[in-house]
Design a binder for this molecule. Structure first.
Ligand SMILES: [Zn+2]
Length: 291
């Protein structure tokens, strides 16, 4: 009688690892490579609400190295939506990035976090090409375009996020994918003229009912958690899929393709997720040189 072959749909890991290995459950995901995750280095620009969610998820999944860029200090109004800021009392006026680092070490002592309390314009640009993925979690369009430009030029995956009330957005950029657009492609001349005015995280100008430009963005932890979750998910897909992509020019079937050339919009008001195809702008000064 022919011996029955094992069912390939069932994955059996080493006996004994079930409850002793903190990564056991995620290792059961097809295509997962914990060593690759542990050896990865991610740049996170912005240690605010979305940065908190993103770093928390990366640290818990075992991402080994994070470069965190933020020079802001914590204000009381940050505390309702920044999960990592609440590790201790009297935290106001401390640097956001320092506290995110401290909290992250509590969540996962093995994580290595390098804090840069600098404006993004003042960082050593060679840092961009030393990481696996670049993420922007910022509230201004100049910073995200700056990150986009260097990420595209150096061929590093870039994941951008934005939050505004019940709305959020995610877009991934990776210049190694043929004909894929960058973030700058969707920026119009009017956007550039208005760039120095205050924008919301999704790029919309904030205007009051009276027609005046407002200074602060309305944000909510629920929207932030959803968008930060999707952003960290994109980072993991890049980490797990990059080696396969570089070798085969396609994404591994069990990991899937990240949101490259697409913008995912979340509308929490009407409970809608929508994906918009983004197109390369032939006149884009950042990416039109590359086909
Ligand atoms: Zn472009």
């Amino acid at each position: 009688m022919e011996e029955k072959k094992p069912n390939n749909e069932i994955r059996i890991l080493e006996t004994g690892s079930i409850d002793e290995d903190i990564y056991d459950r995620q290792k059961r995901i097809r295509g997962w490579n914990q060593k690759r995750i542990s050896n990865s280095k991610i740049m996170v620009i912005g240690a605010g609400a979305t940065g908190n969610e993103l770093v928390k998820n990366l640290v818990l999944t075992g991402v080994g190295n994070i470069i965190l860029i933020d020079y802001d200090i914590i204000e009381k109004s940050n505390l309702n939506r920044c999960v990592l800021f609440n590790i201790e009392k009297n935290i106001e006026n401390k640097y956001k990035a320092d506290i995110v680092k401290k909290a992250s070490k509590l969540l996962n002592p093995k994580v290595n976090i390098t804090v840069l309390k600098k404006d993004i314009n003042d960082i050593d640009v060679s840092l961009y090409k030393k990481v696996d993925v670049i993420c922007s979690c910022v509230d201004n369009i100049e910073a995200r375009l700056q990150a986009n430009n260097y990420a595209y030029y150096y061929g590093i995956p870039f994941v951008d996020s934005g939050i505004d009330e019940f709305y959020g957005t995610i877009q991934a950029v990776y210049s190694e994918v043929k004909d894929s657009p960058c973030l700058q492609c969707g920026i119009t001349g009017m956007d550039l003229d208005l760039m120095w005015k205050k924008y919301s995280c999704t790029g919309q100008e904030i205007i009051s009912e009276e027609g005046e430009t407002m200074g602060k963005i309305a944000t909510l932890i629920t929207t932030t958690a959803i968008i930060g979750g999707i952003q960290s998910h994109q980072v993991l897909k890049f980490i797990l899929g990059l080696d396969f992509f570089k070798k085969n020019r396609k994404w591994p079937p069990y990991i899937g393709k990240p949101l490259i050339g697409k913008q995912l919009n979340y509308n929490g008001l009407n409970n809608i997720f929508q994906i918009i195809e983004k197109h390369k702008n032939d006149n884009c000064w950042v990416c039109s040189y590359k086909k």
